[in-house]
Design a protein around this ligand. Structure first.
Ligand code: GDP
Ligand code: MG
Ligand code: ZN
Length: 329
């Protein structure tokens, strides 16, 4: 039954509503803070977006440009999500295969943060992150934090990874929030752009941002002595303005970085050092695994591709075949 007193859609009462355009700076799951000029308007999403975008954990993410309709109580209703330039996404945690978690949209740079100890570096996490960044053509970089905790026994492995990723063309930063080393370089990398930092819990993402932006006062967590894992202190993604210009998105800790929207035959394209060899594979849909005449495997044999990255590639390939049931460990 229709309400005879309600104005029909498109009537003057409806069109007189105030609409504003803004930037989503915080997404908690149920509420979204939308910055429109100087005001921040807590907003909700229209139910119908949820239905249309049912394969993602949230229809709206930080970095989204949206149109809101202002309610009389000062809150907003998101009526339109503007097309995204790009997004950083992963497979959502949990059982549902194919569910996508978009960490942020419309970003200029994506940094994966790892710590040398507590918790230790997870190269599989880095490679998965880089694959998803390459897939969306997002410039990506790597931060190895907690340099102060490096022991002599760690040096070879850490410097190997630093040189490996730097050799592939990714910016690599070595930082310590404790000693201040590398923080100027990190601050310079964030200047004037929209950046996102992501990584496991406890690696120091929030600490790094507090260090380069005094006054930010993000909550930081303790790393449990027992599990050597961080606690989830940052519980929602938020975008913060930097006084040097630009914005940075702090994200909650991710236990794993699962892949989404990716076919096994595409994967090789997102390992940047494979690219020059791909056209020479005998089969155009070569997955560089068992196929004869594979130029990637030949490059591995000639030491032109490192065995570490090739093995990492195979790990990811097999997990894609398995439907990404057990990823990023
Ligand atoms: N020794 C050392 N500890 C750090 C460093 N950076 C962060 N931490 C500590 O690591 C823990 C987790 O930091 P937090 O910023 O909350 O990590 P996040 O979960 O990645 O945001 C806190 O106890 C920090 O004090 C660092 O460079 N060196
Ligand atoms: Mg944090
Ligand atoms: Zn091949």
């Amino acid at each position: 039954m229709s309400d005879p007193l309600a104005p029909p859609p498109g009537s003057p009462a409806d069109t007189a509503a105030t609409f504003l355009e803004g930037l989503v700076i915080r997404a908690t799951g149920s509420w979204y803070d939308v910055q429109a000029g100087e005001q921040v308007i807590p907003s909700k999403v229209r139910g119908r977006f949820r239905l249309e975008e049912s394969e993602t954990t949230s229809p709206v993410v930080v970095g989204d440009r949206v149109t809101i309709r202002l309610n009389e109580d000062g809150t907003g209703l998101i009526t339109e999500i503007h097309p995204r330039r790009n997004e950083l996404k992963r497979r959502a945690a949990g059982r549902r295969v194919g569910l996508v978690h978009v960490l942020a949209a419309n970003i200029d740079a994506a940094w994966v943060v790892q710590s040398i100890r507590l918790p230790k570096i997870n190269p599989g996490f880095i490679d998965r992150f880089l694959v998803m960044a390459e897939r969306d053509e997002l410039p990506a970089g790597i931060v190895f934090n907690k340099l102060d905790l490096m022991k002599p026994a760690d040096r070879d492995a850490v410097f190997f990874l630093r040189d490996l990723y730097a050799g592939l063309g990714y910016p690599v930063l070595m930082t310590s929030v404790k000693t201040g080393e590398g923080l100027d370089a990190f601050a310079a990398a964030l200047r004037g752009r929209v950046s996102v930092v992501a990584g496991p819990s406890g690696v120091g993402k929030s600490s790094l941002l507090n260090a380069v932006e005094p006054g930010l006062n993000l909550r930081i967590g303790e790393v449990s002595r027992k599990t050597k894992k961080g606690r989830h202190t940052t519980t929602y993604a938020a975008l913060y303005p930097l006084s040097s210009g630009g914005f940075v998105v702090d994200t909650p800790g991710l236990r794993e970085f699962g892949l989404v929207d990716l076919e096994p035959a595409e994967l090789g394209h997102y390992f940047v050092e494979f690219r020059p060899f791909l056209p020479a594979c005998h089969f155009p849909d070569c997955t560089h695994d068992h196929e004869p005449g594979c130029a990637v495997k030949e490059a591995v044999a000639r030491d032109e591709i490192t065995p570490e990255r090739y093995e990492s590639y195979l790990n990811i390939l097999y997990s894609l075949h398995l439907g990404e049931k057990d990823v990023g460990r």
